[in-house]
Structures are given as structure tokens and as C-alpha cells.
Write a protein that binds this ligand. Structure first.
Ligand SMILES: Cc1cc2nc3c(=O)[nH]c(=O)nc-3n(C[C@H](O)[C@H](O)[C@H](O)COP(=O)(O)OP(=O)(O)OC[C@H]3O[C@@H](n4cnc5c(N)ncnc54)[C@H](O)[C@@H]3O)c2cc1C
Length: 487
């Protein structure tokens, strides 16, 4: 493995004083944090500070994108920095309130539809392409019917595909626009949320009120409201802060599976009509929900580094194509009592792959079915050249529990009936892909926690899992603050 690289350069604090007063502090500059700031500034010119632990967007470079080998950068350039995990994402804007998170539990359906439309318009204003995939109703209905015949439900949503390079450009424009009215500190981690006892705050958890944050360099910033938007990277930190502050937490399901890579031509019947198709299947043996997720036509398999664990993901560029399409197959598990730590369970499985494969394992489906490991020679003989060059040929049956493995193999069979050629010997499976939907703090309809003035939004708060809903969550919190008169 190449030598570690450490980002230590932080943008300077706004002045030499140790305390600063803002209307709102936003922790994390992913889509949730950025959209919260945009909304606050657009609506009433609030004084906003954004604190982001990763580097600025122009300084984000992931060596693994070219070498396929993770350098263990601290923090990870794919998930941290201005733009958050969205900066290097595939940039698929899924234009439906039915996918991408749990916001329907907080916002009435019609209101959420309006919000999705509003979010889409903001992305468009900053340069997202006008083309929308999946708008051909007749074609989509045919796929839906065919999927049902083979036991799968199609959740079809229109998709606007920005592509990895264009997403980053758009986020740069947002950065430029915001820097005129918002203070931004990159390379700075928030370590602690500051609260005071506030008997009049009218909420639980000892009736406290958030008054600011303390950063890793010791600087303290004060504000009337704090929005936590730390993404999946900061989910563990958010949980620890919630526990320290006595905020109640709900556990979320954990999604574990593999990334599948096939020749793009095989997936064309789906990807040309829908770009991304979300198919849900209940496995025969265990009756578990298995679903396709994050489909990247002509894309590339990539890595995600969470500091203590590396998982697999995928993306695609707007203007550069590979010959392959990749997508995730994920098994969702909702643990019941007494176990309440799905995050650690998911990480433990990903760690097994890291242990055996030095980070990510790749295996031919045919080898897995025949009970043998893949070797570099066998993969080379196959029809698919792995787009994640650094993955180690190995055996995923040493990584995934029997239940997950069987669920995935059954789903591949069902999928093959819809898209012949998917369940083929040379199909590549990369593991492990794990989606950490963090434990979710107890939130009200405005996404305020049990502490007055403290809001939690986006993937890190366990309420979203995609760009559109993360952006929408930021807007809900911003509007809630403005409505509460704290802006
Ligand atoms: C490779 C890849 C491809 C993807 N493709 C798509 C796609 O095509 N479509 C889609 O809808 N979604 C996609 N996603 C998911 C999408 O990027 C996320 O859902 C979205 O970015 C979540 O937004 P967020 O603002 O909640 O969190 P994030 O984007 O994760 O941002 C959180 C930010 O908070 C910062 N932070 C964390 N803790 C602290 C702290 N203590 N102090 C200061 N800063 C902190 C982090 O550094 C990070 O920059 C993809 C993700 C990846 C990794």
C-alpha cells in the first residue's frame, strides 16, 4: 500500500478572537449542509458559518480513482471536503420523494414532492443538465410488468444524471456563490456541540439549548442554531454527541451486499429506458428484501474509505465511458432487540473483506457458484476487465454471511430472467458494499433534535441516503430555523 497522506492545512479562522457569533452554524459541507446554507442566505441573509473537516473542493484528489489503490488519506477525499460525498458521486438526482431516504416520515407527501422539485431547480440553476432519464412512460410500464412476472417490484423514478466531473463543477459554483455571504472553514473538524441549560426551551433532554460548537483547534463559535450535517463519515461522531447530550436515538436498518459489474450492453434494456432501475426482490429462502442500488451505466467501480474501514461503491462520468455497468445488490436487515448497533455489524463484515483482500475483494460469479476463489488469471480470462484495478481476486464466501450470500445469488437469478446475461460466469462481484444508515436522533417535523436550536440532517442523521433528499433535509432545517425566528 502507498504511504498515507494527511491533510493538515485548515483555512484560517475568520479573526484572531476565540469566540464568534453567528445566526447559524452548519457542520459539514455536503449537499445537506450546502443546501441549508443556500436557503438561509437566500431567504433572509442570515450570518452563517460552515465548518467542514475535509479540504476545499479544488484540493480534493482521490489517488484510488486512477490507481485503484486506497492511500488511506485522512480524511478520505472521496467522502470529505466541500461537496461532501456528493462531490465525487455519480451525481444522479433521483427526482422522486419515494426513494433516497426517510423524509416521507417527516413531511407530508405533497409538500415533499414540492421540495424535490425545488431542490432539482436549485441544482439546475447551478448548472445541472436539463436531460431527464426515465420519462418514457410506456417503456417503463413494460419493464415494470416484466419485473413483476419474475418476482421483482420496479420503483421507477426520473433521474437527472450530472456525472462525476460535472457534479464537482456545480459544487464549485455553489461554493463561489456562497462565499460572498457565508464564512467557510475547511480542514476543521467540529469536536463538540455546546449547550446551556434552558428551562424555557420547552424541549426534553434536560431542556437544553444549543449555543455553538468547539472545533479541533480549540476555537469556539457561538450561534443561535446549529445544523449537524456530517454525512456517513461523521455518523459515528454524531451518535456519540447525541449520547453525551442525552438525545434519544432510533436504530436504522443496515444494508450489506456486493457491487456487481457486467458488460454495459447486457444492462442496456434497463439503462437506456431508465438510466437507474431500482428493483426490489424478496428472497425465497429467507424472505429478505434485496434491491438494486446506485446503477452506473458505462461507469466505474470505486472505493469509499471511512477511516477504519474501506467499502466499495461506483460512479460514472458524464463524458467518459467504460464498457461496463455497475450496480449494488444490497440486503436490508432491521435488527430487533436486544441488538442496537447495526453500524458495527456492517463495519465488521466490511473489515473481513479488508482483512482478506487488503481492502476490496473481487470474485467472478462462476467461481463463487463453484465454491472456489478467483485468481488474477481466471479474471483475466473472463470477458470483464475490472474497473477497480486494485481489488484483490478472492472469495466472498469467507466475507458475507450465508444469509446475505444466498439472498444475493437468488436475486441474481431473478434479475437474469429480466435481463439475460447478468447471472453469468464472468460477472464480477466486489465486496463488501455496506451502507451505514446511522442511528437516527429523535427529530421533530422541522428536523430539530430534543435540544432546542440543534438540528440534524442528511445521511449522517440517518434520515436520507441520496443527493436529493439530503439537499431537501438541509432546506427543511433552514426553513424551520427561519420559521422559529432564530435566523
Ligand atoms: C461514490 C459515491 C457515489 C454516489 N452516487 C450518488 C448518486 O449518484 N446519487 C445520489 O443521490 N447519491 C449518491 N451518493 C450518495 C450521496 O453522495 C450522499 O447521499 C450525499 O452526499 C449525502 O449528503 P450529506 O450532506 O448528508 O453528507 P455528505 O455528503 O457525506 O457530507 C458530509 C460532510 O460533513 C463533513 N463532516 C463530517 N463530520 C464532521 C465534523 N465533525 N466536523 C466538520 N465536518 C464534518 C464530512 O467531511 C463531509 O464533507 C454517492 C456517494 C458516493 C460516496
Amino acid at each position: 500500500m502507498a504511504e498515507s497522506r494527511v491533510h493538515k492545512v485548515a483555512s484560517p479562522a475568520p479573526s484572531a478572537a476565540r469566540r464568534f457569533a453567528y445566526d447559524v452554524i452548519v457542520v459539514g459541507a455536503g449537499p445537506a449542509g450546502i443546501f441549508a446554507a443556500l436557503e438561509l442566505v437566500r431567504r433572509n441573509g442570515a450570518r452563517v458559518l460552515i465548518v467542514e473537516k475535509g479540504p476545499d473542493i479544488t484540493r480534493r484528489v482521490c489517488p484510488a480513482r486512477t490507481t485503484g489503490v486506497c492511500n488511506n488519506c485522512e480524511p478520505c477525499d472521496v467522502t470529505c471536503g466541500w461537496g461532501g460525498a456528493g462531490a465525487f458521486s455519480d451525481g444522479k438526482l433521483t427526482l422522486s420523494s419515494a426513494v433516497g431516504g426517510w423524509l416521507p416520515e417527516f413531511v407530508p407527501a405533497a409538500e415533499l414532492d414540492d421540495l424535490v422539485h425545488y431542490v432539482d431547480q436549485v441544482w439546475l440553476d447551478y448548472g445541472a443538465p436539463t436531460k431527464v432519464h426515465g420519462a418514457n412512460g410506456k417503456q417503463v410500464e413494460e419493464i415494470r410488468r416484466e419485473a413483476l412476472v419474475h418476482g421483482m417490484t420496479l420503483i421507477a423514478s426520473p433521474v437527472r444524471h450530472m456525472g462525476t466531473e460535472r457534479s464537482a463543477e456545480i459544487l464549485k459554483v455553489m461554493r463561489k456563490d456562497l462565499e460572498r455571504s457565508v464564512d467557510v472553514r475547511t480542514g476543521t473538524s467540529v469536536e463538540r456541540i455546546v449547550t446551556i441549560d434552558a428551562p424555557g426551551a420547552g424541549r426534553q433532554a434536560g431542556a437544553q439549548r444549543a449555543t455553538g460548537v468547539v472545533c479541533d483547534d480549540g476555537t469556539e463559535y457561538s450561534a443561535a442554531a446549529v445544523i449537524l450535517a456530517p454525512g456517513r463519515q461523521g455518523a459515528g461522531w454524531l451518535v456519540e454527541e447525541c449520547k453525551r447530550l442525552g438525545i434519544g436515538l432510533h436504530t436504522n436498518p443496515v444494508d450489506i451486499g456486493v457491487r456487481v459489474e457486467v458488460p454495459a450492453a447486457i444492462m442496456e434494456p434497463l439503462t437506456s429506458a431508465l438510466y437507474e432501475s431500482k428493483l426490489v426482490y424478496y428472497s425465497h429462502t429467507f424472505d429478505d428484501p434485496v434491491r438494486t442500488f446506485c446503477m452506473n451505466p458505462y461507469g466505474q467501480v470505486s472505493l469509499e474509505n471511512y477511516g477504519d474501514v474501506i467499502t466499495v461503491n461506483g460512479h460514472s462520468y458524464a463524458d467518459q465511458r467504460t464498457e461496463y455497468t455497475n450496480f449494488a445488490l444490497l440486503v436490508s436487515t432491521d435488527f430487533t432487540e436486544p441488538f442496537d448497533d447495526p453500524l458495527t455489524y456492517g463495519k465488521s463484515i466490511a473489515r473481513l473483506a479488508n482483512l482478506l483482500g487488503e481492502d476490496i475483494i473481487v470474485q467472478r460469479l462462476g467461481d463463487l457458484q463453484q465454491g472456489k476463489r478467483s485468481t488474477a488469471e481466471r479474471i483475466e480470462r473472463g470477458t470483464i476487465g475490472p474497473t477497480l484495478a486494485g481489488a484483490t481476486p478472492g472469495d466472498l464466501s469467507f466475507v458475507l454471511p450465508y444469509r446475505h450470500l444466498l439472498d444475493i445469488l437468488e436475486m441474481l437469478e431473478a434479475l437474469d430472467a429480466l435481463v439475460p446475461g447478468v447471472n453469468a460466469r464472468d460477472t464480477l462481484l466486489y465486496g463488501a458494499e455496506v451502507k451505514f444508515y446511522s442511528a437516527r436522533p429523535k427529530l421533530d417535523a422541522g428536523l430539530q433534535t430534543e435540544i432546542a436550536g440543534l438540528y440534524a440532517v442528511g445521511d449522517g442523521a440517518g434520515i436520507t441516503r441520496g443527493l436529493v433528499q439530503a439537499s431537501a433535509a438541509g432546506i427543511i432545517a433552514a426553513r424551520s430555523i427561519l420559521g422559529n425566528g432564530k435566523g
